[in-house]
Design a protein around this ligand. Sequence first.
Ligand code: CIR
Length: 270
Amino acid sequence: MDESYSMRNTEKQVFMFSNAIVRKPGKSLIKGLTGANLGSPDYHKALDQHEIYVEVLEACGLTVKVLDPDESFPDSTFVEDAAVLTPLCAIITNPGAESRRGEVVEMKEVIEEYYTDIEEIRSPGTLEGGDVMMVGDHYYIGISERTNMMGAEQLIQILRQYGMDGSMVRLEEVLHLKTGVAYLENNNLAVCGEFLTSPEFIRFNKIVIPETESYAANCIWVNDHVLIPKGYPETKQKITDAGYSIKELDMSEFRKLDGGLSCLSLRFWK
Ligand code: CIR
């Protein structure tokens, strides 16, 4: 077992991410899936925002592998959905969105550079990484339009083989689980909308994100910083009050495609 991982469990120590994988948006981004009704993203603006995203991850201490754009998959900049990376193994997903299924082929090759233990979610199971929230060695899995029970069951089986575990959370209103909830370590959960009353999350200290700022519920903890989207003052105040150092990023173009901060990277420890 990975030494730092066992330390996490026995001493309740949070350990830091060392790496991230991202993919630059391609011009085909404008054809990405969306239910947002906010218009088409501006490709050049998206590229600039993505570049800053990478710089911020680097400023948080991560080594970032930047993949070239893949024009054949308009949503492929949202790399989070193609894999679930744990300290002990990587799981290649099987996206529920038909147009995104092929993204996993190249992602698997990239992940092979870092992991030897690689598992896969197989049809008819579907699973997207945006539906998977890691809390220590437990993974909450959203049952959504993209992730079905069979996909979630497969993931739980895999996690158990490696001494971890998972459980399912049903969602009705948002795209992915992490559209509405973010674990910020230290038992703190940023939470919005339908997840405020989820029995699964009763044990956490809740940082309640107001409905008017629901997009900001997709924020990410990166090595004691919390990255939040720019333009959400109440969220900024609440997370600052919880003791975190905040980094704000303009996410306007990715928001037009229902994409948030977590979706743009796979963050891990290799
Ligand atoms: C999609 O609908 O698949 C993309 N337009 C957005 C994916 C966002 N990913 C995520 O929340 N993990």
